[in-house]
Ligand binder design. Structure first.
Ligand code: NAD
Length: 243
């Protein structure tokens, strides 16, 4: 069965906002959030994605994110056709384009996306809890890593937004949402807020398109839904958007 047709031909003065989630990286070999019974890579989400989990067992949390970072270095992990289609579209498009991702992997960056806001942080970055300064992770990150800004051990943590923490770039994201003409939500379950409510922020006459493997709790808020593998449906829509 072919991909359902959706005539996406934005004008050069259109404003396009795309939100992506873990589903867009699934075909690159990175597990989504709720694979295997609500566990994230075999761990309870509250153990590895909350400030309380980090306070309880920092070693586990450092180990968890180290493993996620190491996975990104594996030869088999690379941007897929969906990441590439968005980067190519951005390069050619003459209007305004913003890509907001909930993903903490670096696959959009590696695909060449430029105007990109990683609202849940980045695996390859760490943050000093004293100064809030952000650094690239070079080598290992653990409880004994000495912070180069404060000289202390244990102040550095993964630069990841955990449950109960405020996502990054919300001011820029809401500004873009409130004036966009097209809003795409790709590979996200519609269960993690505030990203799940972005669709409610766009103008009433904006075109709202959900691209996902399956329907989500917020599907009814979109005026188009295209369901299938991101690696197939994203290029099918974006590769032909400008021709
Ligand atoms: P989620 O795991 O809750 O939902 C993923 C959605 O993608 C599901 O609706 C699923 O049906 C869909 N999906 C799965 N495979 C797909 C495919 N091949 N093509 C299209 N759709 C597909 O993810 P979420 O809504 O992004 O929330 C997860 C949270 O977990 C985010 O905050 C994110 O930071 C974090 N996370 C990130 C990564 C990553 O960086 N790649 C991976 C796991 C979790």
């Amino acid at each position: 069965m072919g991909v359902p047709q959706f005539n996406f031909k934005p004008l050069s003065d259109s404003k396009v906002v795309v939100l992506t989630g873990a589903g867009i990286s699934q075909e690159s070999g990175i597990k989504t959030f709720r694979d295997s019974n609500g566990l994230w890579e075999e761990h309870a989400i509250e153990d590895v994605a909350s400030p309380e989990g980090f306070a309880r067992n920092p070693d586990l949390v450092y180990r968890f994110y180290r493993a996620r970072r190491q996975q990104l270095q594996e030869d088999s992990i690379a941007p897929n056709q969906a990441h590439k289609a968005l980067a190519i579209f951005e390069r050619k498009f003459k209007g305004e384009f913003l890509l907001v991702t909930q993903n903490i992997d670096d696959l959009h960056l590696r695909a060449g996306s430029k105007n990109l806001l990683p609202m849940h942080g980045e695996l390859n970055q760490m943050r000093c809890q004293a100064s809030e300064e952000i650094f690239s992770v070079v080598g290992d990150l653990n409880a004994s890593t000495i912070c180069s800004c404060c000289g202390e051990r244990g102040n550095l943590r993964p630069h990841i937004v955990w449950f109960g923490e405020m996502p990054l770039y919300l001011t820029e994201i809401f500004q873009a949402l409130r004036k966009c003409d097209y809003f795409f939500s790709i590979g996200t379950s519609g269960q993690v807020h505030p990203a799940a409510s972005f669709v409610a922020e766009v103008p009433y006459d904006a075109v709202r398109i959900e691209l996902n493997m399956e329907q989500t709790p917020v599907s009814s808020m979109f005026n188009h839904g295209i369901y299938g593998r991101a690696g197939e449906i994203v290029p099918a829509i974006f590769d032909h958007a400008l021709v």
